[in-house]
Structure formats: structure tokens, C-alpha cells
Design a protein around this ligand. Structure first.
Ligand code: NDP
Ligand code: MG
Length: 395
């Protein structure tokens, strides 16, 4: 069988590194065509030395120059490219079979969309793409026979738990009643509301079950991650928010479930390690090993479930509201969240002020629609500017 040519957008991040870990276990099935990074030139250089890709892309000039210097004289075939156009080029190149979209934030949208438009097999970790431009993105997937495989663990679990050959937007025809989207509840699940103002960056980034990048770790702590995932599920599977129940499950052993009309509930379980959904996406419809150890059910001992607390964690409600409003609202929600999370990580915003910034931005900006990528990117910029102008936030 032919080697699959793989581009990893965001290779230097948490998902990128896990993807390369799986790929290294199957050197006769996958060849790395391109790797991309943003700031971590030394990490990308080490990855290039190990995987010898055709292209390595850095988004900024100085980071690219640093990468080129590090690769000098290493005898690699790797050509260093710079800029966002190069991201789209390596995502849509004619020699590429598979694209892992693992850039964080709305910055990941344009190259992921380029991969969809080029009809690639697209492993989508970048959930923000679907939050910002769900309709455009799913249209591009459908019109270009892109094979879209969800990597977000919950959506991967739902995908695995749906009947084979299900049709997006027609789940009822397959006897599906509901999607049960599980949430760990984050590090502050049991905390009093009064304590949330004093949450530190270290506390917010220390997820109880998963090791992830800083932005998604904060999103998990505010429950915005679950809000983004609710929107992601609606677009991926063509369902309405009313058909998705969020269930808090602190052990993160069940990664999500599908409830059928006959009362059956099908769940996908496993240790919380992203290499499982990554290996699934790479090999689908087959299976390959991932390096993840098997689940020890006796050691796990118990699985707990509870309802999410929207009063303490308003981000979940804000995301659901933005999705119902539609148009540019989810894009605005995402942009305001990115600014608020970055400000929190810089020490410029309280943890409990993150939802406040997002709600104010959502309430102040009119819906400008979602007709084109240009319209959405303009809404994204407006929302970022407005959110930034609110800092520091005086409550
Ligand atoms: P990280 O922060 O660990 O990695 C982000 C990657 O994107 C890095 O390669 C980074 O480059 C690159 N990057 C950052 N900003 C830009 C930019 N403006 N332009 C181009 N590249 C950029 O994030 P994660 O790996 O944790 O998450 C990646 C995506 O996957 C997110 O959308 C997240 O929601 C999703 N996801 C992650 C999960 C996880 O377990 N981590 C689980 C489910 C979904 P550099 O490091 O060189 O600066
Ligand atoms: Mg997830």
C-alpha cells in the first residue's frame, strides 16, 4: 500500500507532538510531508531532524530564520517557508493525503478550510474552525468530498458510537435520540463561586485528567471548552443544541455517548490520552496501535456523573446563546474568548472576568452574518478590538 503523505498544522503543540508520536510508531504507513509552527523554532527543528519533511513552515519571519539556521548543514530535504499563505499551501498541496489541523484558535481556520477545499482527509482538532465558520466549513467539506474526522476526544467518541454510515443531519433516521457530551468539569468543578476570582494561571492550566495546551486548558476550566464543543457537535453531526445533553463525568473515562430511541446508550471509553482519537483518525475505517495503555477498569473503580453548573460557569450558556443567535455571533464569542483567555494568562484579567468580557462583547456587537470568510474575519477583528478596549475590566 502507498505511504500516506501527512501535513501537521501546529506540529509544535500538544496535539502536534502526540500526532508525531503515533506516526513514529507506523513509519511504513505515514510519511511526514510538512510540519508547521508559530514560535517554537527549536522544537520544529528537532521534529524536522527526526521526520525529514519536505516543508517546514513558521508563520513569522524571525522564527523562520531561526529554524533555517538550526537546520543548516543537517542534510535534510526540508525547505523552510514563512507566512500564513504557506500554511494553506502545505494543507492543500497535491501530494498531500492527510492533514492534521492542530493550530490553536481562529488562526487555524484558513489552513483547515484550504485542506477541506482541496478534498483532503482532514483530522480536525481545531474546534475553533467550526465555531467561527461552521456553515462555510461544512459546505466546503461536502462540496469537495473532504473526509472529515473529528479528533476532539468527545466528537471522536460520538463518531465511534454512531451507527456506521450515519448521515449528517439525519441521525433520527438511524434511531439516534440524543448525543451525550461528557465534560470533566475542569479543576474548579467543586469550588465555591467566591473562590473563582482568585484562581491563578497555574491552577487553571493544571487539568485533572488531560495534558493540553494552555488556551484549551483555561477553556476547560471555564467550561467554554464544552460550549465550543457543543457548537462543534451541532455542525459536525447536523443536530440542534436541544439534541445534545452535557453531562459532567469527572473521571474522563467515557469520552461521550450516543443515546438511541430504544434506550440503548453507546459509549466510547479509554484512558484520557489524545493518541487514541489521533490513531483512530489516521487509520479510519481501520485501527492501528497508538501507544496508549489499555483501560484498567478495576483501578478506575467508578464512573460518576452530574449536571453542569451554569451559574458558576456561565461560558457554557454564553456559547449556547451565541449558537442560537447564529450569524457572526459564535465567531464573536470565540474571538472575545481568545482575547480574554490571553489576558488571563498574562495576569491582566481575573478568571471570573473571562465570561464577563465575552458577554459584554456579544451584547455590544450586532450580527453581521456569516456569508463569507471575509465577513467572519472582519467580525473576528471587531470583537478582538472591542474586547481589548475593555481591559483592564472594571466590574
Ligand atoms: P498548543 O497551544 O499546545 O499548540 C498550538 C499549536 O498552534 C502550536 O504548534 C503553535 O505553534 C501553533 N500556533 C499558535 N498560534 C498560531 C498562529 N497564530 N498561527 C499559526 N500557528 C499557531 O495547543 P493544543 O495542541 O492543545 O490545541 C490545538 C488545537 O486542538 C486547539 O484548537 C484545541 O482546542 C484542540 N484540541 C486540543 C486537545 C488537547 O488535548 N491538547 C484536545 C482537543 C482539541 P508554537 O507552539 O510554535 O508557537
Ligand atoms: Mg474535547
Amino acid at each position: 500500500e502507498k505511504m500516506q503523505q501527512l501535513t501537521i498544522l501546529g506540529a509544535t503543540g500538544s496535539i502536534g507532538v502526540s500526532t508525531l508520536d503515533v506516526v513514529a510508531q507506523h513509519p511504513d504507513q505515514y510519511q511526514v510531508f510538512a510540519l508547521t509552527g508559530h514560535t517554537q523554532s527549536a522544537v520544529l527543528a528537532a521534529q524536522c531532524v527526526q521526520f525529514n519533511p519536505r516543508y517546514a513552515v513558521m508563520t513569522g519571519e524571525s522564527a523562520a530564520a531561526k529554524l533555517a539556521a538550526l537546520l543548516q548543514g543537517k542534510g535534510l530535504r526540508t525547505e523552510v517557508l514563512v507566512g500564513v499563505e504557506a500554511l494553506a499551501m502545505v494543507a492543500s498541496h497535491g501530494d498531500v493525503d492527510v492533514v492534521m489541523a492542530a493550530i490553536v484558535g481562529a488562526a487555524g481556520l484558513a489552513p483547515a478550510l484550504a485542506a477541506a477545499e482541496a478534498g483532503k482527509r482532514l483530522l480536525l482538532a481545531n474546534k475553533e474552525s467550526l465555531v467561527v465558520a461552521g456553515q462555510l466549513f461544512m459546505d466546503a467539506v461536502a462540496q469537495n468530498s473532504c473526509v472529515l474526522l473529528p479528533i476532539d476526544s468527545e466528537h471522536n467518541a460520538i463518531f465511534q458510537s454512531l451507527p456506521a454510515g450515519f448521515r449528517r443531519g439525519a441521525l433520527q433516521n438511524s434511531g439516534v435520540d440524543k448525543i451525550l457530551l461528557t465534560a470533566s468539569g475542569g479543576p474548579f468543578r467543586t469550588w465555591d463561586k467566591s473562590r473563582l476570582a482568585a484562581v491563578t494561571v497555574e491552577q487553571a492550566c493544571a487539568h485533572p485528567n488531560w495534558s493540553m495546551g494552555r488556551k484549551i486548558s483555561v477553556d476547560s476550566a471555564t467550561l467554554m471548552n464544552k460550549g465550543l464543543e457543543l457548537i462543534e457537535a451541532c455542525w459536525l453531526f447536523g443536530v440542534e443544541p436541544e439534541q445534545v445533553d452535557v453531562v459532567v463525568h469527572p473521571q474522563s473515562v467515557i469520552h461521550s455517548m450516543v443515546q438511541y430511541v430504544d434506550g440503548s446508550v453507546i459509549a466510547q471509553m479509554g484512558n484520557p490520552d489524545m493518541r487514541t482519537p489521533i490513531a483512530y483518525g489516521l487509520a479510519w475505517p481501520e485501527r492501528i496501535s497508538s501507544g496508549v495503555s489499555p483501560l484498567d477498569l478495576v483501578a478506575t473503580a467508578r464512573l460518576d456523573f452530574e449536571s453542569p453548573d451554569i451559574e458558576r460557569f456561565p461560558c457554557l450558556r454564553l456559547a449556547a446563546e451565541a449558537y442560537s443567535r447564529g450569524g457572526s455571533s459564535p465567531c464573536v464569542l470565540n474571538a472575545a474568548n481568545e482575547v480574554a483567555v490571553a489576558a488571563f494568562l498574562e495576569g491582566d484579567l481575573g478568571f471570573d472576568q473571562i465570561p464577563e468580557v465575552i458577554e459584554r462583547v456579544l451584547n455590544q456587537l450586532p450580527d453581521t452574518g456569516a456569508e463569507s470568510l471575509q465577513v467572519l474575519l472582519a467580525a473576528d477583528v471587531r470583537a478582538r478590538d472591542l474586547a481589548l478596549s475593555m481591559l483592564p475590566l472594571v466590574s
